[in-house]
Design a protein around this ligand. Structure first.
Ligand code: TYD
Length: 411
């Protein structure tokens, strides 16, 4: 696939080069009940690259209203490690010097308030903007002022009228979800004080390519960003990168720090990471074509490993009903005949079935009693936390399968 398609880059408007085809995929977070199986929504998941904007993106994305609604299944507050991560994020913002007198902090997609609560508890003027009503309600209940809306340039103007301009505009694992991101960046330009700073983080394209973690691609992740693509996107509104801070979360993320052009000096990290990205080829189509081959190889290896274990009569369960697992399960054609169930601690997912392949999601207590021979670590991004917690399972002979950075049984 090297021909340009009729799909256009959402940033530059140039035709996209398709590089990956995952076939029909359901919604990554679309855990469902048996009575919903016959009405399940699927879309053709293909990914393309634009050498102009350097943006790696889905060709087609379901309507955001299909994904972020009153039953959104993702609650940030489920991992202790992530809670600590967001506390550190808040502390970095507070000590960065961007919060001036009586500061105003806005967070886009604040989920249940896991980050913004660190500003709210100090009585700081803040506002969460969260389109999924159920998680927004939880945030409000926890004292985090949140409106349930999609952030747009128009909403930014209203916020400025009501609250004034913002000292900090934050987002975590949100910006890469937004197909209309050009309009969002326009809104950020309006909302941000002349001394204001934007800080957001998302899964990082450089890590996805290095680890073949193609499961970062699902309906919600319309983009996988690099510093190169973020630089291009924000320059359209005269905003520039002033710092880049790699993060270990979500299997490798990047925190992008931006401000109005010329407002702050640029940290050495910016030039360093931009040049690393060029060395990695994140500005070239061929790099993504090579990635597509790695993805196909990873699929075959996982299928072969699991079939082999099934032939030996082993019992296999999944650990963590992640959105990421939806891509793996559907792309590799893994159903309940291979993986008996997926253990997950999120109540709203329990008792439901995985999107597309319909594997039952069981509460964690079930896994504790069942002790399968193998557990496929779909929540591989929490590997350290989970393996520490599951020492008992491992010591009693339970084995872990991961697919990143390569398909393997952990030793
Ligand atoms: P997450 O890491 O956010 O992945 P994604 O963005 O792909 O959905 O989700 C982690 C999932 O794993 C979440 O549903 C909770 C579950 N989980 C457990 O069941 N046990 C655990 O110990 C951890 C850390 C997560």
């Amino acid at each position: 696939m090297s021909n340009r398609s009729t799909w256009k880059c959402r940033i530059s408007g140039e035709p996209l080069f398709p590089v990956l085809d995952f076939g029909l995929q359901p919604l990554g977070n679309g855990f469902l009940l048996p009575e919903q199986f016959d009405k399940e929504y699927f879309f053709h998941m293909q990914v393309g690259f634009d050498p102009e904007s350097k943006m790696f993106q889905l060709l087609e994305q379901p309507n955001p209203e299909q994904m972020f609604h009153e039953n959104y299944a993702f609650f940030s507050g489920t991992s202790r490690f992530m809670a600590a991560h967001f506390e550190e994020f808040a502390n970095r913002v507070k000590s960065s010097g961007c919060l001036k007198t009586d500061p105003f902090v806005v967070e886009l997609g604040c989920n249940d308030g896991i980050l913004l609560r660190h500003f709210a508890k100090e009585g700081m003027h803040h506002l969460g903007v969260e389109p999924s009503r159920n998680v927004a309600t939880v945030a409000n209940e926890q004292g985090v002022s949140t409106i349930s809306e999609f952030f747009t340039a128009e909403l930014a103007e209203q916020i400025v009228k009501e609250h004034g301009q913002a000292d900090a505009f934050l987002a975590a694992n949100v910006m890469c979800h937004i197909p209309t991101i050009r309009n969002v960046v326009k809104g950020i330009k309006t909302l941000l004080k002349p001394t204001g700073v934007v800080q957001f983080e998302d899964p990082y394209l450089g890590d996805v390519l290095r680890k073949t973690s193609y499961d970062q691609l699902y309906d919600e992740h319309v983009f996988l960003f690099s510093a190169l693509s973020i630089q291009y996107l924000f320059a359209l509104e005269d905003l520039e990168l002033i710092d880049l801070q790699p993060q270990g979360t979500h299997g490798g993320s990047m925190r992008y720090v931006l401000a109005h052009q010329g407002a702050y000096p640029q940290q050495p990290s910016v030039a360093a990471i931009l040049s690393e990205e060029k060395a990695q080829g994140l500005d070239r189509l061929e790099t993504f074509q090579a990635f597509a081959q790695q993805v196909a190889r990873s699929k075959t290896e996982l299928q072969e490993l699991l079939s082999d274990l099934k032939r030996q009569g082993k019992k296999i369960a999944g650990y963590g009903a992640t959105s990421k697992s939806t891509t793996i399960l559907n792309y590799c054609g893994i159903g309940p005949d291979v993986v008996d169930y997926i253990s997950d601690t999120t109540p709203i997912k329990q008792g439901k079935y995985s999107p597309g392949t319909h594997i039952p999601v069981q509460p964690y207590e079930h896994f504790q009693q069942d002790r399968p021979d193998y557990a496929v670590l779909f929540a591989w991004n929490h590997q350290q936390e989970i393996l520490a917690k599951e020492l008992g399972y491992t010591q009693s002979g339970g084995q872990w399968i991961v697919h990143v950075p390569q398909v393997q049984i952990l030793k």
